[in-house]
Design a protein around this ligand. Structure first.
Ligand code: MN
Length: 430
C-alpha cells in the first residue's frame, strides 16, 4: 500500500459527491457506443492500463530565454519532486513512473528506490545532460559534446552517458534517452559530415555499454540551442542513427521538435513500419518548441498521433512498445495542475483513437472515399470520452476531477510552507 500524499477522506468525499452524475453520464455514453458496436467497458479497461511518465524536471516551474518566475513551494531536490509526482499519480492514476535527469537528480540510489516504493512510483528512462556544463567537469560543452571536435570532450560526454546507464541500473530503469544541444550557429562553422561521424562514433560507445534488456532513445530537434544546424536535426537523421547503432536503438518523437506544419503522425507511422519508434515526449506547440501542455493547442493532432498508435496495436505490429512521457515547461501555471491535465489529455487522445471504426476506415480507404474516411476519424474525435476517463480514475482510487481535489487539498500552500524558495533553474527545455 503506497503512502497517500492527499488525504484519502477528502478524495472519497469528492468522488462520492460526483459519482451519481458520473454513473449516469457513463451509462448514456455506453448506450451510444453500444450502437456503434463498441464496448465502453473494454475502452475503460484499456485507458486504465495506459500510463505516461512524468519527467522529474516537469514539476518545477520552467522559464523562457528571458526570465523564469518561480512559483511557491517549488521542489528543492529529487525527493520533493517525487512527492509532487506522487500527488499527480494519486489523483490521475495515469502517471505511474518518473523519468530522472542526471546530474540534476543525482542521489543515493537506496533512498531513491525507497522513496519511489513508498509513493508507489517506479523509474522510467534516464535522461543524460551534455547540453550544459556540470560543476567539476574538466571540459566545456559550449561547442558540443558527443560530436565535439575535441576527443577528450567527446570522451567526457560518453562517460557521462555511461554513468547515467549505471545509475539507471540501480533504480530499475530500462532505457537511456540522449538529446544533445550540439550544432552550429553559422554556415561553415561546422562540417555537417564530420560532426555526424564523430557523433555516431561516440554513440557506438554509449550503445556498447547498454545492458541487454535496455533501449536507447535518441531525440532529434531541428533548432535551439544551435540556430543554424543541429547534429540530430530531424527524424530522418534520427532514423539513420537508430539503424546505424543496432536493434536496441530507437527514435524518440518530441512533438515540439519539428518544423512548423510537419505531418508528425505520418513520421510516427513510418517509424512504426520500420520498427524504430521508441516513444514520445508529449507537449504542444503553436510556433516552435513551445513546450505547452499536451493537447492545449491542437488536440486533433494529438488524436491523429494516437490514431497511428492504436492502428499499430490493432495490427499487432511486432515489437511495438513505445514509451510515453510528458515533456513540458510550465511558465504560468502550477506544474502539478498542468501535468495532471496533460496526462488526462494524452489518455483522452488514446480513448478517442480506440473509438475509430477501423473496419469502416479501411473500407473507405480502399474505395478512395476521402470524405467518409475523414468523417470516420472525426466521429471518434468528437466523442466526449470524459466519463470513461473519470471512471477509470475513480475505480483505481484516483479523483473524478483531479484539479479540483488538488486545489481543495491545499497541497501547494503546505509545500510552500515547508520548502523555502529556490534560486536558479532546474531547466526544463529539452
Ligand atoms: Mn523532449
Amino acid at each position: 500500500m503506497s503512502e497517500h500524499v492527499i488525504d484519502p477522506s477528502l478524495l472519497e468525499r469528492h468522488n462520492n459527491a460526483r459519482m451519481p452524475a458520473l454513473k449516469r453520464d457513463y451509462e448514456t455514453l455506453g448506450e451510444q457506443l453500444d450502437r456503434r458496436g463498441v464496448s465502453i467497458d473494454a475502452i475503460r479497461e484499456k485507458v486504465a492500463g495506459f500510463g505516461v511518465a512524468i519527467p522529474s524536471w516537469g514539476v518545477g516551474t520552467g522559464g523562457t530565454r528571458f526570465a523564469r518566475f518561480p512559483g511557491p513551494g517549488e521542489p528543492r531536490d529529487i525527493f520533493d519532486k517525487l512527492q509532487d509526482c506522487a500527488v499527480i499519480q494519486q489523483l490521475t492514476r495515469a502517471t505511474p513512473s518518473v523519468s530522472l535527469h542526471i546530474p540534476w537528480d543525482k542521489a543515493d540510489p537506496g533512498r531513491l528506490n525507497e522513496t519511489a516504493e513508498r509513493f508507489g512510483l517506479r523509474f522510467d528512462a534516464m535522461n543524460s545532460n551534455t547540453f550544459q556544463d556540470h560543476p567539476g567537469d574538466r571540459y566545456s560543452y559550449k561547442f558540443g559534446s558527443l560530436s565535439h571536435t575535441d576527443a577528450a570532450t567527446r570522451q567526457q560526454a560518453i562517460e557521462h552517458n555511461i554513468e547515467c546507464i549505471e545509475i539507471g541500473k540501480t533504480i530499475g530503469s530500462k532505457a537511456l534517452t540522449v538529446w544533445i544541444g550540439d550544432g552550429s550557429n553559422f554556415p561553415g562553422q561546422s562540417s555537417f559530415t564530420k560532426a555526424f561521424e564523430r557523433y555516431l562514433a561516440s554513440m557506438h560507445e554509449v550503445y556498447a555499454a547498454l545492458p541487454e534488456d535496455w533501449r536507447l532513445f535518441t531525440e532529434h530537434k531541428m533548432y535551439e540551442p544551435a540556430f543554424y544546424s543541429t547534429v540530430v536535426q530531424d527524424w530522418g537523421t534520427n532514423y539513420l542513427i537508430a539503424q546505424e547503432l543496432g536493434p536496441k536503438a530507437f527514435c524518440l518523437v518530441d512533438l515540439g521538435h519539428h518544423a512548423p506544419n510537419v505531418n508528425i503522425e505520418m513520421i510516427v507511422a513510418r517509424l512504426i513500419q520500420f520498427g524504430k519508434l521508441g516513444g514520445f515526449h508529449f507537449n504542444d506547440s503553436k510556433y516552435g518548441d513551445d513546450d505547452l501542455d499536451a493537447g492545449s493547442i491542437d488536440p486533433y493532432r494529438l488524436f491523429l498521433v494516437f490514431n497511428e498508435l492504436v492502428d499499430a496495436e490493432h495490427r499487432n505490429e511486432p515489437g511495438f512498445n513505445p514509451a510515453h512521457m510528458l515533456d513540458q515547461s510550465h511558465n504560468v501555471t502550477d506544474p502539478i495542475e498542468s501535468l495532471m491535465v496533460s496526462a488526462t489529455e494524452v489518455q483522452r487522445a488514446y480513448a478517442q483513437a480506440l473509438l475509430v471504426d477501423r473496419t469502416a476506415l479501411e473500407s473507405f480507404q480502399e474505395q478512395n472515399d476521402a470524405l467518409m474516411a475523414a468523417q470516420t476519424l472525426k466521429t471518434a474525435f468528437r466523442t466526449d470520452v470524459e466519463p470513461i476517463l473519470a471512471l477509470a480514475r475513480l475505480e483505481r482510487n484516483g479523483a473524478a476531477d483531479p484539479v479540483s481535489v488538488y486545489r481543495e487539498s491545499g497541497y501547494r500552500l503546505r509545500a510552500a510552507a515547508e520548502r523555502p524558495p529556490v534560486t536558479g533553474s532546474g531547466g526544463g527545455i529539452v
